[in-house]
Design a binder for this molecule. Structure first.
Ligand code: SAM
Length: 370
């Protein structure tokens, strides 16, 4: 099977991560921007799947085996593919890995072709060469200083056999004065947790506070059927990027999805009077004492408006004991108790482990203590 066949171009037809298909695994890692050093193993596994039959075909076509066909396939399926491309620095790192891995590639082919003596001799006689095109593309990328074009770099996540999500990726954790343009571990964790408990959101009106680039809501709208999903944030650049991401994932124009500018520091009791959520979600918002207080003030407004049926879930990454203590104290002083929820590690996972670090991620259900 060719590498292109493992990862069809059409959105919505890609396959979920499959440990038994290392070629597909390699492409998933590339498009999700998994750390490149982790991809070395997937690359070697993919190459050991390259069968003796493929080698014979290549020999017939090129007169000798030199591994060029395989390298071309890798290029076409990754940096030359029409998929939304990861950012420039990632593409460079990936190509560099392909070049640096050439000797390992040779070894793994060596191992694989031990049975086909003629080919082995040819590999031995010829040695391994890096396809010239890889050098050319690499030096072209090195000449580019920034990601050109309007679209920038992407991360693509394969959520199931039929669902792909692509998001614009900002490598800097803080850019344009906000943290909202990057993707945060807590956001992935919330997707995992809600997909273990779809009843929380199914056919419910959901409001997400501080949604950033929209990873959580986009994935959840694709996986579960909410009656309404309102994405909200306070930063204009974040809201622009969010709208772009909704467009890329065909969620613009859907009657279910809405976007609103909602600032916890300025929201008044009477604002957004049409919003009556059943569920409020928020991911990675407990990082600054000022905004933690403002966040709880907004929760109180919605709690007064929606009553006891309102369900609130917050995903946090535990970075500092002080901030975490402040979050719990503020919750308590506003009449909430933050109850940690259990994640079932044995259950089906939406994201393969290389996508995010779940360590220190925690989901809280905020319940009224008075
Ligand atoms: C660390 S980011 C998390 C983004 C997203 N929830 C995620 O987990 O990927 C924090 C988000 O909170 C938003 N935020 C910060 N202060 C806010 C405020 N006063 N009102 C509304 N949103 C705010 C930021 O714009 C940013 O998108």
């Amino acid at each position: 099977m060719s590498i292109d066949e493992c990862y069809p171009e059409t959105q919505g037809t890609a396959q979920h991560s499959d440990q038994n298909n290392p070629q597909k695994e390699l492409l998933e890692r590339y498009f999700a921007m998994a750390p490149v050093r982790q991809s070395c193993v997937a690359l070697q596994d993919a190459l050991s799947n390259w069968t003796a039959e493929d080698l014979i075909k290549e020999e017939a076509e090129y007169g000798a085996f030199n591994g060029f066909q395989l390298q071309e396939q890798l290029l076409n399926a990754t940096v030359l593919s029409s998929h939304r491309q990861p950012d420039l620095s990632y593409r460079k790192k990936f190509l560099k890995m392909l070049m640096d891995q050439a000797p390992i590639v040779e070894n793994s082919l060596w191992h694989m072709t031990r049975c086909t003596t003629t080919l082995l001799l040819q590999v031995e006689a010829k040695g391994w060469e890096v396809l010239e095109e890889i050098w050319c593309i690499y030096s072209e990328l090195c000449r580019c200083e920034t990601d050109g074009g309007e679209e920038g770099g992407y991360r693509t996540f394969i959520l199931s056999d039929t669902i792909n999500v692509s998001l614009i990726h900002h490598p800097l954790l803080i850019s344009d004065g906000t943290t909202g343009l990057s993707t945060w571990d807590a956001a992935f964790h919330m997707v995992e947790w809600i997909s273990q408990h779809p009843e929380i959101m199914n056919q419910k009106r959901v409001l997400e506070l501080g949604c950033g680039s929209g990873l959580t809501g986009i994935c959840l709208c694709k996986l579960i059927a909410p009656a309404q999903y309102v994405f909200s944030d306070c930063h204009s650049g974040v809201l622009r990027q969010l709208t772009n991401n909704l467009q890329i994932n065909q969620l613009v124009g859907s009657s279910t999805v809405k976007v609103c500018e909602l600032d916890w520091l300025t929201m008044m009791e009477q604002d957004f009077s049409q919003l009556f959520p059943d569920v409020i979600l928020a991911c990675d918002i407990a990082y600054d004492p000022d905004i933690i207080q403002a966040f709880f003030r907004v929760l109180c407004i919605f709690s007064r408006r929606c009553g006891s049926s309102l369900n609130i879930f917050v995903a946090s990454k535990n970075r500092s004991a002080r901030t975490s203590a402040f979050f719990h104290e503020t919750a308590e002083s506003c009449g909430w108790k933050a109850e940690p929820q259990k994640m079932d590690d044995a259950q089906y996972k939406v994201f393969p482990s290389f996508v995010y670090d779940s360590q220190d991620c925690i989901i809280f259900n905020l319940v009224r203590s008075r």
